[in-house]
Design a binder for this molecule. Sequence first.
Ligand SMILES: NC(=O)C1=CN([C@@H]2O[C@H](COP(=O)(O)OP(=O)(O)OC[C@H]3O[C@@H](n4cnc5c(N)ncnc54)[C@H](O)[C@@H]3O)[C@@H](O)[C@H]2O)C=CC1
Ligand SMILES: O=C(O)CCC(=O)C(=O)O
Length: 526
Amino acid sequence: MPKVLISDKMDPRAAAIFRERGIEVDEITGKTPEELKAIIGQYDGLAIRSATKVTKEILDAAPNLKVIGRAGIGVDNVDIPAASAKGVIVMNTPFGNSITTAEHAIALMFALARQLPEANAQTQQGLWPKNGFMGVEVTGKTLGLIGAGNIGSIVASRALGLKMKVVAFDPFLTPERAVEMGVEKADLDTLLAKADFITLHTPLTDQTRNILSKENLAKTKKGVRIVNCARGGLVDEAALKEAMDSGHVAGAALDVFVQEPAKASPLFGTPNFICTPHLGASTDEAQVNVALQVAEQLSDYLLDGGITNALNVPSLSAEEAPKLRPYMALAEELGSLVGQLEGDRIQGVSVEVEGHAAELNQKPITAAVLAGLMRVYSDTVNMVNAPFLAKERGLDVREVRHDREGDYQTLVRVTVKTESGDKSVAGTLFGHSSPRLVELFGIKVEADLEGHMLYIVNQDAPGFIGRLGSTLGEAGVNIGTFHLGRRTQGGEAVLLLSVDGAVNDDVLKAICNLTGVKTVKLLRFA
Ligand SMILES: NC(=O)C1=CN([C@@H]2O[C@H](COP(=O)(O)OP(=O)(O)OC[C@H]3O[C@@H](n4cnc5c(N)ncnc54)[C@H](O)[C@@H]3O)[C@@H](O)[C@H]2O)C=CC1
Ligand SMILES: O=C(O)CCC(=O)C(=O)O
């Protein structure tokens, strides 16, 4: 039974789902990194929000971990490259808290426009400061939206409902989508010059870090009000403090900080500065949404192999997973075969699908080929880390989907590029479920790839099979299955034999010494 750890505060419905689906679950929150390292080794899945930092050190201490689920959007608390290298899938829940976060941005915008927190505080102190708080309307004002993805587009729709004009900067926003959203697509400088309010809705990346830098803040309209409900680090906090002190920026609201928890900041106490402790996603509705989603997604993966909202591996729905599973087994075997036969000589890989296979999601098939191929180098390779390892090795990976009807109802072909030319293996599914090799380097051969196998290339000649049988028999090696193919009569022939157990070097040498033998290799399949 898989075991999951929930290491951040999460709606109790997440744990209930895990239990209902037959997964053992522990809810242990507030652990230090050292404490987490001490316990993480027993878990197959980890469900987190933003407090748990999944570093390389934590991953190194988690040999059984297969999947990390973030109940939320941002995954900057997970070292994704380290997770990928370890073969651990990282998933998030990209939509569950977007409305809530967009509403928080709008709430902060109103709070800035009417100075609500300070007005509230002074009123409750008994000061009745009726003349101290002159606000501004948002109607007719321009909202500058930096980042027009899920949350940004919800903020835009709410702002349009409030009769604001919306100008959006997002390099990935198409003109058609901008029209659909009812916003003006602009470059950053235009947005900075036009906006009365600016809200940020991008992830923190090398491109977005300090997107509101000292220089860019200087390009904003005097009296601008700024809301950051996305990630700390998008706004240069020191530069913001200066711009507020000088009166250039009329107000700023931050839900997120470079350093969290933000227990001290030069911005604290600045007039017209408002902040909340990363509350963007904190509503009952959002927390139920993300908890349910993360628990379902982790359970789907751990129980059925379904992959939803993964950030480091192609998605695979729980419906697709059973259809794809036999293809992935076939693909992995073909990858393993070429990997074992060609190894370091491989410079590129092409994965072709035709027939029924061409109707399926090809990405997992390709990932499985690469997993089989790269396993020659490491036992810990799986579908998640194989594409990254292949890239690291400089392998050029291509995918081809054929509409044509071939000799087989379904076929997966793996062709590797080597210095001595392209080499291709192909396989099909028998009875829709059993992987079978049908072609090996241009020679028709039918074989199930399993256990220990001997691969022999020889010159087709009478008596060879007898001599080979005797050699193996004398060495006490029992032959399980025997598959033979040849290019032409008397030409190059290929033999694939399954043998009951490993074959030692002396036996391999003895086979090598048989007349007509060109190549002998011991192969191992799962
Ligand atoms: N405060 C909170 O509690 C919460 C914060 N967030 C944060 O909000 C942010 C936005 O989330 P979503 O809208 O769901 O993400 P999303 O991925 O749907 O949208 C992000 C948008 O940013 C755009 N973008 C990327 N690089 C850019 C650049 N250099 N300049 C301008 N735009 C750029 C992308 O094209 C995309 O459209 C994320 O950082 C997320 O972590 C999300 C939920 C809660
Ligand atoms: O889980 C939370 O409270 C934070 C949510 C968040 O920042 C996100 O989903 O990106």
